[in-house]
Design a protein around this ligand. Structure first.
Ligand code: NAP
Ligand code: FE
Length: 366
């Protein structure tokens, strides 16, 4: 039998109005919250109001930090954590996509460890954060059920995981906040969720429990494909995609992501490609690079597609980005990726710099 660890400590409430129905649990977590969110969407989709109304009804005080940008920087994390320390908050509520929720996790660690700051806490031995509550409003990252927090380090010109494990204590997962999300954002985040499931399934750490999440999630994603292609963004699609995302998060929490996530960061940092598209633009060639395609074929079957070619055509229809990149740039990205031992060890086959370069080149230079 395989040896593996299983950990999923986040209590999740899923479904319509779950903050209103179960928000009283927040009173067990803390007395003063720092609400961490992006600039606009949480004000428009009702999630911020739902949280604020619940806190008021519970007599819990709060401060709002609403400046988190996409791919949150260490500078933003630094600013918010200083506000949290000054305001003496004892827990964080992250509302939004992966960016505000990941920023919340980093801020939680810094508030609990005042001797560190945003520019020196990565790499320190494990630090605990104050409690985090997550309210996801995108169906993509699954960060509400993962221990990861991805931040942008402008000094090193890259994105990285903070390396301290911060599972949210509580997650309120309500797909209604996505009702007015644009088609472009819906596709990009849905493909991120799919990529978590696929990379967890094609992973050297895969185990019976991660496989369960992956197989169910990939099957549900397969059922979403025609609605995504036909732009049928109804409530059922939102619910399905939210489950795909949460299942993907639960899977990568066990086994982590693999090559496309490591390779996509360079495209996001240097070319501004959104996270989900940056990964999946590489997917057809990532699948093709497997010498043993048994599990790749299982993914195609679970999605009820006929072939890898069929899947490639679907991605071509969904991913509409024009990346201008030279072979020299791709050589540099491949060289960096070849040094990324953390991601390479999750890929179950030997793979070298030249093959990584070929995945980039065949995907991006037509
Ligand atoms: P995001 O960067 O959080 O948000 C993208 C955009 O979507 C923002 O403009 C945001 O607006 C908007 N938005 C959010 N919710 C919306 C809604 N309900 N309706 C309309 N617009 C909405 O996107 P994301 O893809 O969720 O997160 C990406 C980040 O997560 C990346 O940094 C990635 O590396 C990271 N990630 C983390 C994990 C993990 O396990 N921790 C896994 C994968 C990826 P506002 O700015 O106005 O809110
Ligand atoms: Fe991701």
């Amino acid at each position: 039998m395989d040896n593996f660890k299983y950990l999923m400590p986040t209590k999740c409430y899923v479904g319509d109005n779950c903050i209103k129905n179960h928000g009283k649990e927040i009173s067990c977590i803390g007395k003063k919250a720092l609400i961490v969110t992006g600039r606009r969407s949480s004000k428009e989709n009702g999630s911020l109001d739902d949280v604020v109304d619940t806190l008021k009804s519970l007599d819990i005080s709060y401060v709002i930090f609403d400046e988190v940008e996409e791919n949150p920087s260490l500078e933003t994390v630094d600013k918010a954590s200083n506000i949290g320390i000054e305001e003496k908050v004892d827990f964080i509520i992250g509302i939004g996509g992966g960016s505000p929720i990941d920023a919340s996790k980093a801020i939680a660690v810094l508030i609990n460890n005042k001797e560190y700051n945003a520019f020196n806490f990565i790499g320190a031995s494990h630090l605990e954060g104050v409690p985090v509550i997550a309210v996801p409003t995108t169906a993509g990252t699954g960060t509400e059920v993962t221990q990861y927090a991805i931040v942008t380090d402008h000094k090193e010109k890259t994105k990285k995981n903070i390396g301290h494990s911060v599972f949210p204590k509580l997650a309120f997962i309500d797909p209604k906040y996505m009702e007015n999300m644009s088609y472009k954002n819906t596709v990009s985040t849905a493909l991120d969720a799919f990529s978590h499931l696929a990379e967890a399934y094609l992973n050297s750490n895969a185990n019976i429990l991660s496989d369960l999440y992956c197989e169910k999630g990939i099957e549900i994603f397969g059922g979403c494909i025609s609605r995504l292609l036909n732009k049928v963004l109804d409530n059922k699609l939102r619910e399905d995609l939210m489950m795909v995302s949460t299942l993907g998060g639960m899977a990568i929490a066990q086994v982590a992501t693999s090559l496309p996530h490591g390779m996509g960061y360079a495209l996001t940092y240097n070319k501004g490609v959104s996270h989900g598209l940056a990964n999946t633009i590489l997917y057809k060639e990532y699948f093709n690079a497997f010498k043993n395609k048994e599990r790749v074929e299982k993914i195609i079957q679970l999605m009820k597609l006929s072939s890898l070619e069929d899947f490639g055509n679907i991605l071509d229809n969904l991913i509409n980005v024009d990346i201008k990149v030279t072979e020299d740039e791709l050589r540099d990205y491949a060289k960096d990726m070849a040094k990324n031992a953390g991601k390479l060890k999750n890929h179950p086959e030997e793979i070298g710099e030249e093959e990584l370069f070929n995945i980039y080149k065949k995907s991006l230079i037509k």
